[in-house]
Ligand binder design. Structure first.
Ligand code: NAP
Length: 436
């Protein structure tokens, strides 16, 4: 019997569990730890609430969880409730699948002004992550700036631009829906340091921006490279640029037809956030491309901003006892191996890139490495050892059947047009398991 601990119950964690089951069948015990009492990580608190079809993948993770050899252990923070060294003593392999939940910082003056948020916080807020449920961003102003040209920037702008009706079928939490409904935002500007050919927005997601009820995408056609240059792009990127060309070709009437404008400000690098206590504008430097890099031209201007969301990527949370690569925002590793008995997978290994499915081959690859290293296992105590430790220390962990109770309660209290209404505090989640 091998004993495997996976830390983190998002896509990378579940694909790793799936791979471990395939590798060892009944000859393995797989314990998936999470600091929340609910599983699925990014699927629950990262994927946009209006992208329910993407969230459907959690049914696959559920099937993995229902295997006799897999156990979900929620409400346990590794590094606080149980140390990495303790887990190492209990399991043949400890695999960190902790994702990248923290915002990267721009490191610019004014980044700490009021109403400037990182995307982890803003996305966590509208998705009901307990850490950000109280964010309460002020959306009463007219102007919003979203820094970045990735899919998270798109998610954030789309969520700000949608009407209440457009959230039908989504699981956006009530506190966000109510705040957004009272929003005064009329102009959302993407501040993008490079050009249309360099965007990281993918076509399906970018296309949605062209079909919003009350919002229209705007861009200056002069920012677009000559059409023949698109031929050098890979097919996906070419599709995105074709969509941008469509946005640039809208007539004045089409632009005027909808009250909310979503503007692409290309070749614009943020330099500072301006305001007195609360953000009022973003100072931006015009850039030009040299060898694919954005180089400042010295020309600056300011973009009005009553709220700013910085969407420039994420980093992993360091854990005591695990070597960390500060620059990459990931655990120090060689192909997923950190040190004896410690591994990482998914965004914690390679940084925040790719799709959810990218984590599947990653999970299978790390299990291959673990299999090479641990052989038949060293007869470690696994869950039995952890539960003894938990009893001794009073760690109130939850298991998958507890999550099923929470799930049932969330579904039962949903708005009539929503699949669930999430609990947004740890207390409410735990209460739904029957705890006092
Ligand atoms: P991302 O795709 O890496 O995009 C980050 C953006 O931030 C890029 O446009 C980047 O510009 C910009 N940026 C980085 N550092 C900057 C700086 N110092 N100043 C100005 N701009 C800066 O990251 P993401 O949007 O956070 O997405 C993370 C991953 O999740 C991606 O793989 C994404 O596709 C995926 N995702 C998918 C969906 C979906 O619906 N399919 C939704 C959300 C996220 P440069 O290119 O110039 O560096």
């Amino acid at each position: 019997m091998r004993q495997i601990a996976i830390v983190g119950s998002g896509p990378a964690g579940y694909y790793t569990a799936e791979a471990a089951l395939k590798q060892w069948g009944d000859a393995v015990g797989i314990d998936i730890y999470d600091f929340l009492p609910v599983p699925y990580g990014l699927i629950r608190t990262g994927v946009a609430p209006d992208h329910q079809s993407i969230k459907g993948v959690s049914r696959r993770y559920e099937a993995t969880s229902l295997s006799d050899n897999v156990r979900f252990i929620g409400n346990v923070m590794v590094g606080r409730d149980v140390s990495v060294e303790e887990l190492r003593g209990l399991y043949d392999a400890v695999i960190f699948a902790t994702g990248a939940p923290n915002d990267r910082q721009l490191g610019l003056p004014g980044e700490d002004l009021g109403n400037v948020y990182g995307s982890a916080a803003f996305v966590g807020w509208y998705n009901g992550h307990p850490d950000y449920a109280n964010l309460d961003p002020d959306l009463s102003g007219k102007s919003a700036v979203v820094v970045g040209a990735g899919n998270v920037a798109l998610d954030v702008a789309r969520i700000m631009a949608k009407t209440r009706g457009e959230f039908a079928g989504s699981d956006i939490v009530n506190h966000a829906l109510d705040n957004l409904q009272g929003s005064g935002v009329e102009h959302i500007t993407f501040v993008i340091r490079r050009g249309p050919h360099e965007i990281a927005m993918t076509p399906k997601e970018l296309g949605e921006l062209g079909h919003l009820e009350r919002a229209v995408p705007l861009l200056d056609p002069q920012d677009l490279p000559p059409a023949e240059a698109d031929e050098a792009l890979d097919p996906g990127q070419r599709k995105s640029v074709t969509l941008l060309r469509g946005f640039g070709a809208l007539t004045a009437d089409e632009r005027a037809a909808k009250p909310v404008k979503v503007e692409f400000d290309f070749f614009a690098s943020p330099k500072a956030f301006l305001g007195n206590g609360k953000v009022e504008a973003v100072e931006v430097e015009r850039t030009k491309l040299e060898g694919g890099r954005a180089i400042g031209t010295g020309e600056t201007y300011s973009v009005p901003a009553d709220i700013v969301v910085v969407c420039i990527g994420y980093q992993t949370s360091p854990i005591e006892g695990v070597p960390f690569d500060e620059k990459g925002g990931i655990f120090q590793n060689v192909e997923g191996r950190i040190s004896d008995g410690l591994y990482c997978v998914g965004w914690a290994r390679r940084g925040p890139s790719g799709t959810i499915g990218t984590n599947r081959p990653d999970g299978f690859a790390i299990v291959e490495k673990v299999a090479e290293d641990i052989g038949d296992g060293a007869g470690k105590a696994g869950f039995e050892g952890f539960s003894a430790l938990a009893a001794e220390r009073g760690i109130d962990f939850v298991e998958f059947h507890h999550w099923q109770e929470i799930d049932k309660a969330e579904v039962a209290r949903a708005r009539s047009d929503a699949p669930r209404e999430k609990f947004v505090t740890m207390e409410d989640m735990l209460t739904a398991t029957g705890r006092g």
